[in-house]
Design a protein. Structure first.
Lengths: 758, 191
């Protein structure tokens, strides 16, 4: 201890000790950073070293320090507690690399390795698999299917491609030989610059091509990386081909086949998922039923293109419900006839394209609808944008006399039908009338007993001329079983092809290709429903409607297969109709509808949209009149009727409009008085109707809230309707805005009652 | 004048260093294209994320170190199509020239802020070469080569003169940037 005191009093000792410690620690050779946390020195018994200085323990240094060789000093290491030294790694680890070679490496297709020697056994066709063309083709397709999956670097490939053009007005680079018409460039720009749009160009103007090019732009700009295209089944392959032609760099996943396959496809990477409305309905069936676990389709995309978007016009249809599950920030609808005959179709379509833009209460205000959709709607007509396209000449219908036996069969069927309708009295419905019409129309096409057909005789003569001139014809009918099957053998000399709904996808494609490319097949027999949408059949320039579809726009769609871009000859359209039959009576109605169609589609007039075919019109076809039940309430006595009578009246009103109705019990009605259901070709519409008979009163918001609660809880309900003989408070009206609720006050109700003769 | 076959084989490389969307990391990307700008090959690195301590310790040397040592050189070694010219989007990436067999040039738009800072008052400093677009379709560019490879100027100018009428040499860097952004959305390794 004494020694310590002595040393402490010696300044040289301190200086030397400090120097040795410093030299012991520095210089640092390794590049790590060293931090001295603490340096503690303790003194012990003095010893004698070589230079006669009492020893001092040196600090320990971690191995990382890598010190220079220290001066030899006799120190007692254990006497100094070493500082902790922390090290930080350098940025020296190379990051992993990823990427892809895009350059096509030409490889010879392996010829003999489709089957390994072990696999190459006798197949079910009685040959070695490698010798069997069927097995070879099957295996090749299977290998192709397995290798078409893409990776993340395929996904970014379009972004790495050079820009298509500096802007939409400049020429756009396309694969050789392809060019857009100026009006199509306008359409591409319109689509690419608007996230929510409806392209309503007349059929034949290349809506799908405009959409593909716009999509291609967005991919190249990096604005989208994947999307969904929904289309009718008949044009699925056509879409695939067009994408391949116009945007070959985009990888398409066509989602078809068995459920397990589809599941795989939905979960694979692709730029575009292409499928039909029906497949989507099936693959999102879980969500439609309220159980998301049952879904196999993906729902999130950057864009969604809905071809023939009128498929989702019915809000109650499962197809619509499934489609509305698709979340995409870009939503485009394509349709040549978006409105068909009703503004509510348009409202339903925009409910997906741009929710909140239109409301069901606007149905009586076409001008409002027209103004609301203006920024999001583009429609051009063929005659305006393609003045050089050959003309379409719709000839007057060929009015034919039924053959003798055909006439007898027709008269008998009509008389029996009318007798049966009369016997049913008040219970006769629209469905009974429609069934009779179908039966009679089929006899007008051909008498199933005598096989006589005045239309066939006429058609044969016409087809002779068509064929001799080197032209081809399409023959449309809505009865594939009763008419097309009969026509096929009768038209054998023209090598007819048949296209109808029951054909497989591949068969449909081969029929279209064969008709377009081969000379022998002069006639294509088509079902209106299967072949009316999207197909390009410009090799034909004659169209014969063997019978007429109810909806004139459907007939126009069918003609649009021929009268479109690519047609080089004048198109002739002719309908074959029979005199003094139900067809003549229906034609009168159709003519009126055609006038309405022009008005609504091309200029949303404020003309009131009537129902497509009114009940009285149908009954009048057979000289029948729907008798007015005695119990019906006169409009003037509305104020005197009881709440129960009021409910029944509203029920009758909805029946007149075309719904099947069900009145609920007075108790346990959960606020709903009537459920109404209407089935159309695209699905079912369910209404929950609440009646409030307040002749001089005001319906408060609490009733609307209650109705809203009910429809929210029941997903199958398309919309809620509250009908009152009085008025609605402003709060009620505000609450209903933007919701699936329709309000009919006394004023509207009276107008409806008058309209439907109640 | 090169023969059509030679022209067919001439490839361009675009090497860039990019900062992640959040600004916390770097990715290197190289695009090999033909003279029309059509991609032949694309490689990129996973994200390099320097720590909060590494950033100040490396200081100004951080980006060059990541760009050249960690990303640039390994990427150029990994490409299978060897380009005739490599264009880079950062001046420090010129250092990859040391291990490259072809010229490397740093390109940027003429008159950009970097040049305004030039102390001699002239827009184009002596080591920078200006290239004008003959068709006027694109704004002029300037390029710089590695100071130890002065001959690169001639080779670079020859190629840039050839392509500049129809391909903006700066544009492919935008493509790489967008592609990296999309990769980041798909896979966190590129985020």
């Amino acid at each position: 201890m004494m020694g310590d005191v002595t040393l402490l009093g010696n300044p040289n000792f301190f200086e030397r000790t400090k120097l040795k410690i410093v030299r012991k620690i520095f210089p640092v050779k390794k590049p790590e950073i060293l931090l001295l946390d603490r340096l503690e020195i303790s003194f012990k018994e003095p010893g004698v070293n070589q230079i006669g200085v009492p020893s001092l323990s040196s600090p320990d240094v971690t191995p990382n320090a890598c010190l220079a060789k220290p001066e030899v000093v006799d120190v007692r290491p254990e006497l100094v507690i070493c500082p902790e030294i922390e090290s930080f790694p350098l940025l020296s680890d190379f990051p992993r690399k990823a990427g892809k070679l895009y350059k096509q490496i030409e490889q010879e297709e392996p010829k003999d390795d489709l089957f390994t020697p072990e696999e190459d056994k006798n197949c079910i066709h009685g040959l070695k698999k490698s010798w069997c063309a069927i097995c070879n083709e099957k295996e090749r397709n299977e290998k192709k299917r397995k290798t078409r999956y893409i990776d993340i670097f395929d996904l970014i490939f379009p972004i790495l491609l050079p820009p298509l053009g500096e802007n939409f007005d400049s020429p756009i680079l396309f694969p050789t030989g392809l060019q857009l018409y100026p009006f199509q460039r306008v359409g591409v720009k319109f689509l690419a610059e608007n996230k929510r749009t409806l392209l309503g160009d007349e059929m034949g103007l290349g809506k799908s091509i405009q959409a593909i090019v716009a999509i291609r732009f967005l991919f190249h700009m990096g604005k989208v990386t994947n999307g969904l295209i929904l289309c009718p089944r008949s044009v699925l392959t056509d879409w695939e081909k067009k994408i391949w032609e116009w945007a070959p760099e985009l990888r398409v996943m066509k989602v078809r086949g068995l459920q397990e396959q589809r599941k795989l496809y939905w979960n694979s990477l692709a730029h575009i998922y292409l499928t039909t409305y029906e497949t989507l309905r099936e693959d999102l069936g879980g969500s439609v039923r309220g159980d998301e676990n049952g879904d196999i389709a993906r729902k999130q995309f950057d864009f969604a293109v809905l071809d023939e978007i009128q498929k989702i016009k019915n809000p109650g249809a499962d197809v619509t419900k499934a489609t509305r599950q698709i979340d995409a920030h870009i939503r485009w609808g394509l349709s040549g006839t978006p409105l068909e005959n009703r503004l509510d179709d348009l409202i339903s379509i925009f409910a997906y394209l741009k929710p909140g833009l239109l409301h069901y209460r606007d149905i009586e205000r076409p001008y409002k609808v027209k103004n609301a959709i203006k920024p999001y709607f583009l429609r051009r007509r063929i005659t305006d944008v393609l003045p050089d396209l050959p003309e379409k000449e719709i000839g007057e219908p060929a009015w034919l006399e039924l053959c003798p036996n055909q006439r007898i069969a027709y008269e008998r069927a009509e008389q029996e039908g009318i007798v049966a309708l009369n016997e049913q009295g008040d219970t006769v419905t629209v469905q009974h009338i429609l069934a009779l019409i179908t039966k009679l129309k089929q006899i007008c096409n051909i008498d199933p007993v005598s096989k006589e057909s005045c239309k066939l005789e006429y058609l044969l003569e016409k087809l002779e001329e068509v064929s001799e001139e080197g032209n081809k014809a399409l023959v449309f009918s809505q009865y594939p079983e009763k008419t097309l099957k009969f026509l096929e053998p009768e038209l054998k000399r023209f090598s007819p092809l048949v296209y109808h709904g029951t054909l497989s996808d591949s068969k449909r494609d081969s029929v279209v290709t064969k008709f377009q490319k081969e000379e022998d097949n002069k006639v294509l027999l088509m079902s209106v429903k299967a072949g009316g949408l999207g197909l390009t059949l410009t090799r034909a320039n004659y169209v014969y409607h063997f019978d007429l579809w109810w909806n004139p726009s459907t007939a126009a769609q069918a003609e649009g297969r021929v009268w479109r871009i690519g047609q080089t000859k004048t198109v002739f359209v002719e309908s074959l109709l029979t005199k003094e039959t139900i067809e003549e009576r229906i034609d009168d109605i159709l003519r009126k509808k055609r006038e309405l169609f022009t008005v609504v589609i091309d200029d949303l007039s404020d003309e009131k949209l009537s129902k497509f075919l009114k009940e009285e019109e149908l009954f009048s076809l057979f000289g029948l009149q729907k008798t007015k039940p005695k119990s019906e309430v006169a409009v003037e006595s509305l104020e005197q009727i009881s709440p129960q009578e009021f409910e029944r009246l509203i029920g009758k009103l909805y029946e007149k409009i075309g719904y099947h109705i069900k009145l609920t019990p007075q108790t346990k009605d959960r606020g709903i008085d009537i459920y109404a259901k209407r089935v159309s070709e695209t699905g079912t519409e369910y209404l929950a109707i609440q009646c409030k008979h307040y002749p001089d009163g005001v319906v408060g918001v609490e009733h609307i809230r209650s109705l809203y609660g009910v429809i929210q809880a029941q997903s199958e309900i398309t919309k809620g309707v509250l009908v009152t003989s009085g008025k609605f408070s402003k709060e009620s009206q505000d609450f209903a805005k933007g919701k699936r609720i329709e309000l009919f006050d006394g004023k509207i109700l009276l107008a409806l009652l008058r309209k439907y003769n109640l | 004048m090169s023969s059509p076959n030679e022209e067919h084989e001439t490839l361009l490389g675009f090497l860039g260093l990019y900062v992640t969307e959040k600004g916390d990391g770097y990715l290197g990307g190289v695009l090999i294209s033909n003279l029309q700008g059509v991609p032949q090959e694309f490689r990129c690195t996973h994200t390099v994320k320097p720590t909060a301590i590494q950033k100040p310790l490396y200081g100004d040397a951080l980006e060059p170190h990541i760009g050249v040592e960690l990303c640039g050189m390994p990427l150029l070694q990994s490409i299978q199509n060897k380009p005739s010219l490599i264009l880079v989007n950062k001046e420090f990436l010129l250092r990859v020239r040391i291990e490259s067999s072809c010229p490397v040039a740093f390109v940027r738009r003429a008159g950009e802020a970097v040049e305004i800072k030039a102390s001699d008052g002239s827009e184009i400093s002596p080591d920078r070469e200006r290239v004008d677009c003959a068709t006027g379709r694109f704004q002029p560019i300037v390029f710089t080569v590695h100071p130890n490879f002065d001959d690169d100027k001639i080779n670079t100018r020859e190629i840039l003169d050839k392509i500049f009428s129809y391909l903006d040499p700066l544009e492919p860097f935008e493509r790489i940037k967008k592609a990296i952004e999309v990769l980041g959305k798909q896979d966190e390794k590129f985020r």
